[in-house]
Design a protein around this ligand. Structure first.
Ligand SMILES: Cc1cc2nc3c(=O)[nH]c(=O)nc-3n(C[C@H](O)[C@H](O)[C@H](O)COP(=O)(O)OP(=O)(O)OC[C@H]3O[C@@H](n4cnc5c(N)ncnc54)[C@H](O)[C@@H]3O)c2cc1C
Ligand SMILES: *[C@@H]1O[C@H](CO)[C@@H](O)[C@H](O)[C@H]1NC(C)=O
Ligand SMILES: *[C@@H]1O[C@H](CO)[C@@H](O)[C@H](O)[C@H]1NC(C)=O
Ligand SMILES: *[C@@H]1O[C@H](CO)[C@@H](O)[C@H](O)[C@H]1NC(C)=O
Ligand SMILES: *[C@@H]1O[C@H](CO)[C@@H](O)[C@H](O)[C@H]1NC(C)=O
Ligand SMILES: *[C@@H]1O[C@H](CO)[C@@H](O)[C@H](O)[C@H]1NC(C)=O
Length: 506
């Protein structure tokens, strides 16, 4: 209440502007809000033309397709300031976007144009290990690399992203696929408490057993429709050193490589939850070159003699392999540059049953479609990654109380594929996005015809328009909508907070 009163006092201090904004939001409510932020927090409010503005709207974003130009940017330092910001947006009817690590590559999902305000998590960088070291509190301004570096001296890690500069909040609000997922489920299955700001401005803490347990459940995969998370308390996992590294294979080995992908998904991953792999097929259509790679992970000081037998000599000799015993944080720091910021990027998500014909058909369709549709696009690189998802992964979700994704464990294992397209020139955006949809449709048609489709679509790997929430069980989607309406009856986080996957729209 104090915060709301303070905000109202601010509004009354600028009566002409306040009256205007109340009557017609497009007459500049966002300008009023910006003026209020600037008045109270001049060092944390950026307008166009400042270095802070350029940093917050461009440098921190992974994909140049999401660079944006808000009326101003507010960079809160703590939950109380987030609360003040939300109340200010509400009272001025200002549209706004919320950005964590800025890795969701969908234009308008983590940024906004000059009709609104960007709320940046850049300064919400708290990190604190609990005294018994069983949990770590993580502010939403952190990247996974920050979390792993912070925990490494304690020989600990958390169940989180596999690339260091990916943001903590977006990954956790969509679920989160980790090297540890076969052992511990989605990253979000390992959150024990959320601190978050409701649209009323009230700051609450949600756990599995307190009065906000419904909100807690929704946040495990429901996206940004419920509250703005200002702290995640995550379970830690022991992690002194792990076996990890990236192997590359020659184009001529594609058949054995695809055998390996299939066999890993079918046998190795289910047999040994300590083993994880990210097989990525990267193709450069303008030169007709395709590279086969696999990030391999084994969570033990002692390497497994068999887990990667189909990705090592004699079955599949790599042309290069950096797999070695090292701290997870070291691998993450060393590989961060592999996915540089500032290119143009798009994702599409798919899912299939684990079947050899599916692996081959997806591969062949992908390569031929990219080659026929995108060869003339400057700097075009396209990859498809087969993420193996085991029964034990999904069982961990169930054991930890369940989540909105509610993936059908009876049909596991799965591959959840992600297509990544990378290019240079905005003049190619429309061509690339249309091709991405067509390639996805062609693969899905192949899978449907062979009865090899799976239903779940992973939010964090999805492209605009993919029916993410529709892939959740209908009962879970209904529950999400009910919880959303309970905590945000005025639909502030659906209508004023623009972008992101909205449960109300599904
Ligand atoms: C190079 C790369 C590697 C990746 N690796 C993995 C991986 O290993 N595993 C995996 O599961 N995914 C991975 N992803 C996908 C990743 O999970 C998503 O891109 C995710 O959205 C990134 O989170 P972010 O905080 O950077 O996103 P942002 O783009 O900042 O935010 C994403 C969405 O979350 C909302 N949001 C952000 N912060 C908050 C908050 N505090 N409260 C409420 N809503 C908020 C935003 O409004 C936005 O809609 C990867 C992506 C990239 C680009
Ligand atoms: C609100 O402002 C916009 C932009 O100036 C204008 O086009 C619109 O007619 C106004 N609406 C009302 C109800 O005054
Ligand atoms: C806050 O974020 C800005 C970027 O917007 C950065 O320059 C500054 O160092 C951050 N301050 C703190 C205390 O984290
Ligand atoms: C390797 O592939 C063979 C089939 O060629 C399979 O039987 C075996 O289980 C696979 N090994 C692992 C660890 O997946
Ligand atoms: C593709 O995107 C996924 C997003 O989940 C990411 O994990 C992967 O590293 C990306 N791969 C490439 C080659 O960009
Ligand atoms: C981008 O494409 C446009 C239109 O085809 C072209 O004029 C421009 O030179 C290109 N820019 C770059 C950097 O290639």
């Amino acid at each position: 209440m104090t915060l709301i009163t303070t905000t109202v006092a601010f509004l009354l201090a600028v009566p002409a502007l306040a009256a205007t904004s109340a009557v017609n939001s497009s007459l500049g409510g966002e300008k009023v809000a910006c003026a209020m932020f600037r008045l109270k927090y001049p060092e944390q409010t950026y307008y166009p033309g400042s270095a802070g503005y350029v940093y917050e709207t461009q440098s921190v974003y992974w994909s140049a397709t999401t660079f944006n130009g808000p009326a101003c940017i507010f960079v809160p330092q703590n939950a109380q300031q987030v609360s003040l910001a939300v109340t200010t947006m509400t009272l001025t009817l200002s549209k706004f976007a919320v950005r964590g690590g800025g890795h969701m590559p969908i234009p308008g999902y983590n940024g906004i144009d000059s009709t609104g305000i960007l709320l940046s998590a850049s300064n919400l960088t708290a990190l604190a290990l609990s005294s018994d070291k069983s949990t770590v509190s993580v502010g939403p301004g952190n990247r996974w690399g920050d979390v792993y570096s912070y925990l490494a001296p304690s020989n600990l890690a958390a169940v989180g992203g596999r690339v260091g500069h990916v943001g903590v909040p977006g990954l956790l609000l969509g679920g989160g696929i980790s090297f540890y997922s076969s052992q511990h489920g989605f990253a979000s299955d390992n959150v024990v408490k959320y601190q978050c700001v409701l649209s009323s401005g009230i700051v609450v803490e949600a756990t599995a057993s307190n009065t906000y347990s419904d909100l807690f459940w929704a946040l495990r995969g429901g996206g940004n429709s419920f509250c703005i998370v200002t702290r995640f308390d995550l379970k830690t996992v022991p992690s002194s050193e792990v076996h990890i590294g990236i192997a590359q294979y020659d184009q001529s080995q594609s058949k054995s490589y695809l055998d390996g992908v299939y066999n890993f998904g079918k046998y190795s991953a289910p047999a040994d939850p300590k083993a994880a792999i990210i097989p990525t097929i990267l193709t450069f259509p303008s030169v007709g070159l395709t590279v086969y790679a696999a990030a391999k992970f084994y969570d033990s000081l002692t390497d497994s003699p068999t887990a990667f037998e189909n990705f090592t000599a004699p079955r599949l000799p790599p042309v290069a392999d950096s797999y070695a015993l090292q701290p997870l944080a070291s691998y993450i720091a060393a590989t961060d540059a592999l996915q540089p910021n500032g290119l143009r990027q798009a994702f599409r998500t798919l899912s299939s049953l684990v079947d050899r014909e599916a692996v081959q058909g997806i591969h062949d369709t992908f390569i031929s479609q990219v080659s026929s549709k995108l060869t003339s696009v400057a700097g075009l690189q396209a990859s498809i990654t087969f993420q193996p998802v085991t029964k034990s992964f999904l069982q961990k979700s169930v054991d930890s109380g369940g989540n909105p994704q509610g993936v059908d464990i009876s049909k596991a294992p799965f591959f959840w594929q992600v297509i990544n397209l990378t290019w240079q020139n905005s003049s190619d955006d429309a061509v690339v996005q249309a091709a991405a949809d067509e390639i996805t449709a062609a693969i899905n048609a192949f899978l449907a015809q062979k009865s090899l489709s799976a239903t779940y679509l992973y939010m964090n790997d999805a492209g605009k328009g993919q029916p993410v929430f529709q892939s959740y069980p209908a009962t879970n989607l209904r529950k999400l909508k009910t919880i959303r309406a309970k905590y945000d009856p005025l639909s502030i986080y659906t209508n004023l907070l623009v972008g992101g996957w909205k449960v109300a729209d599904a």
